[in-house]
Design a protein around this ligand. Structure first.
Ligand SMILES: C[S@@+](CC[C@H](N)C(=O)[O-])C[C@H]1O[C@@H](n2cnc3c(N)ncnc32)[C@H](O)[C@@H]1O
Length: 275
């Protein structure tokens, strides 16, 4: 039996108890991040949604992407968000209504999509697979619901690409291992193309973006979470932790801090002859 991992609030079993306001604040901050915006722009172009198409966003969060897909497919098509967390789904519905969007949302699980076989032209799945213990099953579901010639775009982080500078490299490595432990599928980004291929989809365009934190201020909630976890797991001492915090604070004060993680994207297409 595999060892259960400590996982984020976005992990499926945590969905009912998660604090929705905190999740929304985190997702809104990510929506505004340059790296996320650039990778989405690349993905919108790569997947090229057309008027009249059926588009689905799996793990649709606050619904930002569903609204964009709804605009692209126009009222002749349809855009649907599938979301496990009822609080996020309700918020996404409210935001779409306020924006006059035709996007719709349903509660549903990426591991058992509430959609018929071969019914969707475009599937979008962004930063969801990292929260799943069985991401291959979710990609299999994506392939199942795609129509022949349908396209899927998978976007995900790879937490082993976390860079934090300055600081003692051993101490930083202990924090990075905390980042790896915080996701059910921490190497999600590098696995995307293999999962598309294994699901029988032809891999097309690929993209990537680093998500850069601000260089003038330490992202304290994240750094403290990782630092405290490293101390608890006895990977570093409290003295090493405090020295790292001091180094980061000093670097931020002179605009010299670097903190980043890389996101990857890949488009897969179902064969025209698939049934
Ligand atoms: C990091 S958020 C990303 C949200 C959105 N895709 C975005 O990029 O802004 C992960 C999302 O996946 C949802 N999620 C997690 N496990 C899921 C599952 N098994 N089925 C459907 N949604 C799931 C979470 O509730 C959350 O909305």
């Amino acid at each position: 039996m595999s060892t259960p991992r400590p996982t984020s609030e976005f992990h499926a079993p945590n969905a009912p108890s998660a604090n929705v306001d905190r999740l929304v604040a985190a997702l809104d901050a990510q929506d505004a991040a340059d790296g996320v915006r650039r990778l989405r722009d690349w993905a919108y172009e790569a997947v090229a949604a057309r008027p009249g198409e059926v588009a689905v966003d799996i793990g649709s969060g606050t619904g930002t992407v569903v609204q964009a897909l709804a605009d692209a497919v126009t009222a002749d098509g349809s855009a649907l968000g599938v979301e496990l967390n009822p609080g996020l789904r309700a918020l996404a519905e409210q935001r779409a209504a306020e924006a006059g969007s035709t996007g719709r949302f349903v509660e549903g699980d990426a591991l058992a999509l509430p959609l018929p076989d071969a019914s969707v032209d475009i599937v979008w799945c962004e930063r969801v697979l990292q929260h799943l213990a069985d991401p291959e099953r979710a990609v299999g579901e994506i392939a199942r619901v795609l129509k022949p010639r349908g396209r899927a775009v998978l976007l995900d982080s790879d937490w082993a690409t976390t860079v934090l500078h300055p600081g003692d490299p051993d101490t930083v490595a202990a924090l990075t291992s905390g980042a790896l432990a915080a996701a059910a599928n921490p190497y999600a980004g590098r696995k995307l193309v293999g999962q598309l291929s294994a699901a029988g989809l032809a891999v097309g365009a690929r993209g990537s973006q680093a998500l850069l934190q601000d260089h003038n201020s330490v992202a304290w909630p994240l750094v403290r979470m990782l630092g405290e976890s490293a101390v608890r797991r006895q990977l570093i001492t409290e003295v090493q932790r405090d020295r790292l915090y001091d180094d980061l604070t000093e670097a931020a004060a002179r605009g010299a801090l670097h903190m980043s993680v890389t996101m990857f994207g890949a488009v897969g297409q179902k064969s025209p002859s698939a049934t």
